[in-house]
Design a protein around this ligand. Structure first.
Ligand code: NDP
Length: 342
């Protein structure tokens, strides 16, 4: 029996595919072009347990029909990870909101049409962004019951708000689909709702000048100079390691106890200063070469903004996450090796 994973070329998905293959699962991945499919298979050493299918554009509601129908009887678990992760566009609805929502509705509908009897669990990668709009609100505590309050129209005020809206509306669509089809489909649903995901790329060869949206924040700090104005990158939020996020997807298909839940994942608070501090302290080769900000002034310990209570999810997941420092050091080491600096 196989695990079907959409958006297999993605940053988090590559780690997830790797963990599944390491545990001897058969994996059917989707990606947008033959070149990308071939490249991913090569990265995994042409492992015979990895099959790739092309799904070009998840905005089309029937995008997954062909791939799901072809493998209908083999698929036991579905991990839906494909979704736009970018924040600039002239048309937030068309480029960000619609692919996220239609991708989710579409894959669930394809399962209903062709694999209602064989698929037992569906795990969808949503986000902390489904819990809240991007503004950090003083005193607000978010947990597994929280929902981003933005409307479809209001979330289109800027790119980050549109991305957050895309995760909210897609997640709402998933739970609604299940409620309306629970007598027709066999599967149970879990969602993984991580905060900012950082950590190394799955393969050293995946490191390039520009990385995926979340890792690019750290990449730009590593490639800053003491005079770089990091104001546009100034950020404070929560983060978690990519290897732990991948692990949660795998655990969710293995452990019935996790199904039916929104699994929020956060290691803890970070900010741009905390990233600069770790990079400057851990890598002598960067001393004097990158931005330092105001060392020791990170506000992670006493930030007044939104608080996250992920205790219910942690109790269910029962494993220890990589620390922020481990995540940053592993990620930066990989980038610096690519740059031939260490
Ligand atoms: P990536 O950008 O690396 O991966 C996104 C994947 O989705 C890629 O495979 C991409 O294909 C595919 N995709 C995007 N748009 C479309 C489309 N219109 N049609 C078909 N495929 C599409 O992002 P991440 O790995 O970081 O994100 C994976 C999931 O995790 C997303 O759902 C994201 O919202 C969620 N997430 C990510 C966080 C983070 O900090 N990184 C935090 C919380 C949640 P291609 O490779 O061809 O572009």
């Amino acid at each position: 029996m196989s695990v079907f994973i959409s958006g297999a070329t993605g940053y988090i998905a590559r780690h997830t595919v790797g963990q599944l293959l390491d545990q001897n699962y058969k994996v059917i991945g989707t990606c947008r072009s033959q070149t990308k499919c071939d490249q991913l298979q090569q990265r995994f050493g042409n492992n015979p347990n990895l099959t790739m299918e092309i799904v070009e554009d998840i905005s089309k509601l029937d995008a997954f029909d062909g791939a799901i129908q072809k493998h209908a009887h083999e698929i036991k678990h579905v991990l839906h990870m494909a979704s736009p992760v970018f924040f600039t566009s002239d048309d937030f609805a068309k480029d960000i909101l619609v692919p996220a929502v239609n991708g989710t509705e579409g894959i669930l509908t394809s399962i209903k049409k062709y694999a209602a009897e064989s698929v037992e669990s569906v795990v969808v990668t949503f986000s902390y962004a489904a819990l809240t709009s991007p503004e950090n609100e003083k005193g607000v505590v978010l947990n597994e019951d929280s929902w981003n309050p933005d409307s479809w129209e209001h979330c289109q005020r800027n790119g980050m708000a549109a991305y957050c809206g895309s995760k909210k509306f897609a997640e709402e669509a998933a739970w609604k689909f299940l409620a309306e089809n629970k007598d027709v489909v066999k599967f149970k649903l879990a969602t993984v709702n991580p905060v900012y995901v950082f950590g190394p790329q799955k393969f050293d060869a995946d490191v390039s000048q520009k990385l995926n949206s979340s890792c690019e924040i750290v990449n730009q700090i590593i490639h800053s100079t003491p005079n770089t104005d990091l104001t546009p990158l100034t950020l404070s939020g929560y983060c978690v390691d990519v290897r732990d996020v991948a692990k949660t997807h795998v655990l969710a298909i293995q452990n019935e106890e996790l199904l039916g839940h929104r699994l929020i994942m956060s290691e803890g608070r970070f900010d741009t200063q905390a990233i600069m501090d770790i990079l400057n302290e851990s890598f002598p080769v960067l001393k004097g070469k990158i931005a330092v900000g105001n060392p020791g002034t990170s506000s992670t310990k006493n930030h007044p903004g939104t608080k996250l209570d992920d205790s219910r999810s942690r109790k269910l997941l029962k494993f220890k996450y990589h620390s922020f420092e481990e995540t940053m050091v592993d990620m930066a080491s990989q980038i610096l090796k690519h740059d031939e600096l260490i």
